[in-house]
Design a protein around this ligand. Structure first.
Ligand SMILES: NC(=O)C1=CN([C@@H]2O[C@H](COP(=O)(O)OP(=O)(O)OC[C@H]3O[C@@H](n4cnc5c(N)ncnc54)[C@H](O)[C@@H]3O)[C@@H](O)[C@H]2O)C=CC1
Ligand SMILES: O=C(O)[C@@H]1CCC=N1
Length: 269
C-alpha cells in the first residue's frame, strides 16, 4: 500500500529523517514531500534524490498525505499547526511531532478545530542526531492511535535505528538520556582526545581510538545484557592500572556530574 508523508521542516532533523526514509521500506521517494521556508535545505534534499518533492512555504501536500511530520523548532509548532489544521482530515491522517519540548496535551490543544472534529492520532517522537546514520535511539509516545498506527510509526523509526514506544510521562526523562545524552558521549570523547594529545597523539588519531573503544563498550553491553559493573570488573585488575583511573574519575565527581547533567536536561512539563 502506498503511504504518503509531508515533512514540515527540512533542517537538521527533518532532512536526516527524509534521507533515511528514502532508503527505507515504508515510503517511496516520490511519496515524500518536504516543506520548508528556506530554499537551501530543500535544494540539498533534491540534489540527494530528485524524486523527493519539495515545497517552499506551501502546505498543499498535507491534504494528500497519510502522515504529517512536524520537524520545526518547538516554538513554531503552534503556528504550523494553525496553518495546516483546516486542511487535515483527522479521521484519516497521523500527526507526528518531533519537537522536543512540546507535549501531546499541547499539540492536542493546538489541533482543536472550531467545528470540534475528533482529534487525529498524534505521535510525539524523540529521535537523536544519530538518525542521520540510521542509529537513532528514538522514543515514541502516542495518543488516539490504533495499534496499527503505532506499528506503522514504530516501523518508520525502527528503519532509522532503534525505536521504542513509551508512556508520555517517561518522554522528558528519556530524551535527557537519549537526545541530550548523545552530546554527553561526544563530550567524553572530546576529553579523551584532550588527554591523548597531551600524551603525544594527533587529535584525529586518538579520536579514532576513543570512538572505536566507545563503540566496543556499547556493543558489549548491548549484546551481553549485563550490568555495567560486570563489564567494568572484567577490565579492572586488582592493584592494576584501570582502578587508578576509575578512582580518579570518581574523586573528581564523574558519576555525580553525569547524574546531575541528565537530571538538568529533563524538560519541565
Ligand atoms: N537536534 C536534536 O538533537 C533534536 C531535535 N529535536 C527537535 O527537532 C526539531 C527540529 O530541530 P532541528 O532540525 O535541529 O532544527 P533546524 O532549525 O535545523 O530545522 C528546522 C527547519 O524548519 C524550517 N522552518 C521554520 N519555520 C518553518 C515553517 N513555518 N514551515 C516549514 N518549515 C519551517 C527551518 O527553515 C529549518 O530548516 C525541533 O523541534 C527539536 O526540538 C528532537 C530531538 C533531538
Ligand atoms: O537541546 C535541546 O533542547 C534539544 C532537545 C534534545 C536534543 N536537543
Amino acid at each position: 500500500m502506498r503511504i504518503r508523508i509531508t515533512v514540515i521542516g527540512g533542517g537538521n532533523m527533518g532532512s536526516a529523517i527524509v534521507r533515511g526514509l528514502v532508503h527505507g521500506s515504508v515510503f517511496r521517494a516520490e511519496d515524500i514531500t518536504v516543506v520548508d521556508i528556506s530554499v537551501c535545505s530543500l535544494n540539498s534534499l533534491q540534489e540527494f534524490n530528485s524524486s523527493i518533492r519539495i515545497s517552499l512555504a506551501n502546505y498543499d501536500s498535507v491534504r494528500e498525505s497519510d502522515v504529517v511530520l512536524l520537524a520545526v523548532k518547538p516554538w513554531l509548532v503552534n503556528k504550523v499547526i494553525e496553518d495546516i489544521k483546516e486542511t487535515m482530515n483527522y479521521s484519516q491522517q497521523i500527526l507526528i511531532s518531533i519537537a522536543a519540548s512540546v507535549n501531546i496535551a499541547d499539540i492536542n490543544r493546538m489541533l482543536k478545530k472550531s467545528k470540534g472534529e475528533d482529534l487525529p492520532a498524534v505521535f510525539r517522537v524523540i529521535p537523536n542526531t544519530a538518525i542521520a546514520v540510521k542509529r537513532s535511539m528514538t522514543l515514541i509516545a502516542s495518543c488516539n492511535a490504533s495499534s496499527k498506527q503505532e506499528e506503522l510509526v514504530l516501523r518508520i523509526f525502527s528503519e532509522l535505528g532503534n525505536a521504542v514506544l513509551l508512556d508520555e510521562e517517561k518522554i522528558s526523562a528519556g530524551l535527557a538520556i537519549t537526545s541530550c545524552g548523545i552530546a554527553y558521549c561526544f563530550r567524553y570523547i572530546r576529553a579523551v582526545v584532550s588527554a591523548g594529545v597531551e600524551l603525544g597523539f594527533y587529535p584525529m588519531e586518538v579520536q579514532e581510538l576513543a570512538v572505536k573503544t566507545m563503540l566496543g563498550a556499547a556493543v558489549l553491553l548491548d549484546e551481553n545484557k549485563q550490568p555495567t559493573e560486570v563489564e567494568i570488573d572484567k577490565v579492572t585488575t586488582p592493584g592494576g592500572l584501570t582502578i587508578k583511573g576509575l578512582n580518579q574519575l570518581e574523586s573528581k565527581g564523574f558519576s555525580s556530574a553525569v547524574i546531575q547533567a541528565v537530571k538538568a536536561s529533563v524538560a519541565e512539563s
